[in-house]
Design a protein. Structure first.
Length: 215
């Protein structure tokens, strides 16, 4: 009976934390980082303030846990999106499509909110900078598996850097309601072959500078 009771308590705790994670992400999307409060999160999660402070004493604790959860979810989402593409259709263009599909999802706005907030918050910046490389490594590994023509991890990393910069910029434009982000993504895909060529070792971006060019 004691074992059963203990498991029940563990289940309740896990359920409460899961509800708080979802609520935090929803509040970040709806109210932004500045507008998100522990009270709003507790109310949205339908848990008591006592339960919220027991698991996550402060707003920063809530947000950090939620972002760790989001980064993990996005890593799994990238893997699932890539795996769903038929083998014969696995190209760099389709990889960009997969990234864009995730970046246009509602939860991605929460990541963008925290990335912006981290600019002036040392603790948040440390968390984001700690999580981002792990997510990048996951996507780099996926890209090498997804695109047989990419066999060099450094090339894959450069391509992903370009793709993420393109996708995140387009996602910001989309959230702000300006520009034509879908068209930007299509233009980026049209240049994917050029990007891949430039990213390869020995390309113009990687060669040693010509001393004559500085004169």
């Amino acid at each position: 009976m004691a074992t059963a009771a203990r498991r029940t308590q563990e289940d309740r705790s896990a359920s409460t934390q899961s509800a708080l994670m979802r609520a935090t992400v929803e509040c970040l999307v709806e109210y932004g980082y500045a507008g998100t409060t522990t009270r709003l999160v507790a109310d949205r999660a339908e848990v008591s303030r006592g339960a919220q402070t027991h698991h996550y004493p402060s707003k920063r604790d809530l947000v950090v846990a939620a972002i760790e959860h989001l980064f993990d979810e996005h890593a799994r989402a990238f893997a699932t999106a890539f795996e769903r593409v038929p083998v014969e259709e696995r190209t760099l263009d389709r990889a960009v499509d997969a990234l864009w599909t995730i970046a246009t999802g509602p939860a991605y706005a929460a990541i963008l909110e925290v990335v912006v907030a981290a600019r002036t918050d040392d603790e948040l910046r440390a968390v984001v900078h700690g999580l981002a490389p792990a997510l990048e490594r996951t996507v780099v590994d996926l890209l090498m598996w997804f695109s047989p023509e990419i066999t060099d991890p450094d090339v894959a990393r450069r391509v992903i850097d370009v793709a993420f910069t393109l996708v995140q910029g387009a996602a910001v434009s989309r959230l702000g309601g300006f520009g034509n982000p879908d068209e930007v993504i299509e233009l980026g895909k049209a240049m994917s072959g050029l990007v891949l060529g430039i990213a390869r070792p020995g390309s113009i971006t990687n060669r040693d500078p010509d001393p004559m060019e500085a004169t």
